[in-house]
Design a protein around this ligand. Structure first.
Ligand code: ATP
Length: 240
């Protein structure tokens, strides 16, 4: 891999009371990469994103972003360092319009003109949102809400965009559209850490991937290697 490392997560342990959710988990994301995290329910994928975001505290291990130690950083500090997390379930503000939702994505952008420029770029990338800029978020379709959640994250211009199950509950054609947008975002300069149950869709756009089981990585490789690995095919790609 010739990418320089942007994110390095090393030997991470996370506990929720008596439950050990992560056990020495280690992953890296290179600058310019899309990295997929695959694994069954309860494997620790969401916990990994939450730990990176500063939403849960690791009991041991290290999280570095571009050489900076974020292991003990609070969630706002992690956002300020350039990490944006789009959690599962498209948490948009349903009573606010599409445009207002996008404005909130840029709450750290002080310059109003710069904010407008970024929102215009999101509208260019996601023209459907532009058509619906005055519509209340809660009245968008599921796919449109997912696009809005991603669009809102994009206004922040993250160095690292973390997406938790962006394909959840979407029709196959919409999943393809969402994955295309993720690829475009990556091409525009953000590294992406993508948690997906839909391994097929994720491995189509990812450069590399990890399989997580019981809070640790059990397999990693290029997306092509994983897509051909018999263990991945059997467990995550619907049999041989
Ligand atoms: P899914 O694909 O089902 O979302 P996941 O791989 O994202 O699963 P996590 O949500 O990270 O898995 O959960 C890892 C483990 O930690 C599970 O055993 C889960 O029950 C446990 N866990 C997660 N959050 C909490 C919590 N707030 N309190 C206690 N246990 C938790």
């Amino acid at each position: 891999m010739n990418n320089r490392v942007l994110l390095e997560v090393a030997d991470l342990d996370v506990r929720y009371g008596g439950v050990q959710a992560l056990r020495g988990l280690s992953i890296t994301v290179g600058k310019g990469e899309i990295v997929a995290l695959l694994g069954n329910n309860g494997a620790g994928k969401t916990t990994t994103l939450s730990a990176i975001s500063g939403l849960v505290r690791a009991t041991s291990g290290r999280i570095m972003l571009g050489g900076r130690d974020l292991t003990k950083a609070t969630a706002p500090k992690v956002v300020a360092a350039g990490v944006v997390h789009v959690p599962e379930g498209r948490r948009i503000f349903s009573l606010l319009t599409v445009h207002e939702n996008l404005q909130l994505g840029g709450h750290l952008v002080r310059d109003g003109r710069e904010l407008r420029r970024r929102i215009d770029q999101v509208y260019e990338l996601l023209p459907r949102l532009a058509e619906r800029r005055g519509q209340q978020g809660g009245t968008l379709s599921g796919g449109e809400q997912q696009m809005l959640a991603i669009g809102r994250a994009l206004v922040a211009r993250p160095r690292l965009l973390m997406l938790d199950e962006p394909s959840m509950g979407l029709a196959p054609l919409v999943v393809t559209a969402v994955m295309d947008v993720i690829r475009d975002i990556n091409a525009a300069g953000s590294a992406v850490l993508l948690v997906e149950q839909n391994a097929k869709a994720a491995l189509k756009i990812a450069h590399r991937g990890y399989v997580i089981e019981n809070g640790a990585t059990v397999l990693h490789g290029t997306a092509a290697e994983l897509a051909e690995d018999s263990r991945v095919v059997e467990a995550y790609l619907g049999g041989v």
